[in-house]
Design a protein around this ligand. Structure first.
Ligand SMILES: C[S@@+](CC[C@H](N)C(=O)[O-])C[C@H]1O[C@@H](n2cnc3c(N)ncnc32)[C@H](O)[C@@H]1O
Length: 278
């Protein structure tokens, strides 16, 4: 195996471990609960359509698509999240297919879906052009690709930027995930492969943390990327204190509430809807 292939395999294993750490299904349920239904509506998912959700995690978008009557395949790199999704789907009374898959190498035939969805998922694979080509390959001509992507300037984009200096470096050539929230970048990725491309900024309101401290504690306990950032600093009290300070400064700076009010945040994301050229 080449060095590049080995690096890629190691990065994917780290990615899988990171998203399996903590309780991402809880974070999805509690902080981005409106996004799946919003994306499913933006994509125009209808009963009987064959739909693929890429990097589906625990099904935040796949399950609403199945509830709309579509025939859904939920795929993700992290089997632990797919298992949580399967359980959530049972509770919701819908059946989906759950498939372990890398967004950069989807195990599906060309043109095999009417709609391909991804909420804050495909954006995390390092090689954006390969991902865009895979999304275009598996959707049928005239079919729809619909994504919800964090913007670089929004809350989550800035949260990852705050943690970046404290995290292991990405593999060479990896592009930053929130670039998928930038119109020009997405236009250049899909290029001639699409006949229509629309962008809509959306806000997910997050207002159930009493204080900025409570928010940071929650992410430290439940959110894999934050837990892993702290883990990688274990044994380095100075860097750990620096990360504490950077996150607290961030949580205070982004709080939109007035003095004495419960903390209030707005998570901005970009809905991208693309039609594959016929
Ligand atoms: C922020 S979570 C979003 C999950 C889900 N779409 C949602 O909206 O809750 C990011 C997801 O991307 C997945 N992921 C990261 N890199 C991936 C890759 N290369 N291929 C497939 N899934 C990937 C992770 O396993 C994780 O489930």
């Amino acid at each position: 195996m080449s060095d590049a292939a080995q690096d890629d395999r190691a990065f994917k294993a780290r990615t899988r471990a990171m998203w399996a750490t903590g309780d991402f299904p809880r974070v999805a349920r509690e902080t981005i609960k409106d996004v799946g239904p919003t994306l499913v509506a933006a994509a125009g998912v209808r009963a009987g359509q064959r739909v693929l959700d890429v990097a589906a995690g625990s099904g935040a978008t796949s399950i609403p698509a199945a509830l709309a009557g579509a025939d859904v395949v939920a795929s993700d790199l992290t089997p632990e999240l797919l298992e949580a999704g399967e359980e959530a789907a049972r509770d919701a009374g819908v059946e989906l297919e759950w498939v372990e898959a890398d967004a950069e190498d989807l195990p599906f035939s060309d043109a095999s879906f009417d709609i391909v969805l991804s909420s804050f998922g495909a954006m995390f694979a390092p090689r954006h052009l390969i991902v865009a080509d895979e999304l275009l390959r598996v959707v049928r001509p005239g079919g729809t690709i619909a994504m919800a992507n964090w913007t670089p300037e929004g809350w989550v984009g800035q949260f990852f930027l705050t943690m970046l200096p404290f995290m292991p470096p990405p593999p060479p050539g990896a592009l930053p995930p929130p670039a998928w929230g930038v119109e020009d970048h997405v236009r250049s990725l899909f290029g001639e492969g699409v006949s229509e491309l629309t962008f809509t900024r959306q806000i997910q309101a997050v207002d159930h943390f009493a204080t900025p401290e409570a928010l940071i504690d929650y992410y430290r306990e439940n959110f894999g990327p934050t837990i892993m950032a702290y883990k990688s600093l274990a044994g380095d009290p100075e860097q750990t204190a620096a990360l504490d300070a950077a996150l607290m400064d961030f949580a205070v700076r982004m709080n939109l509430a007035g003095p004495g009010e419960p903390a209030r945040y707005e998570f901005e994301y970009m809905i991208v809807v693309a039609r594959r050229a016929a």
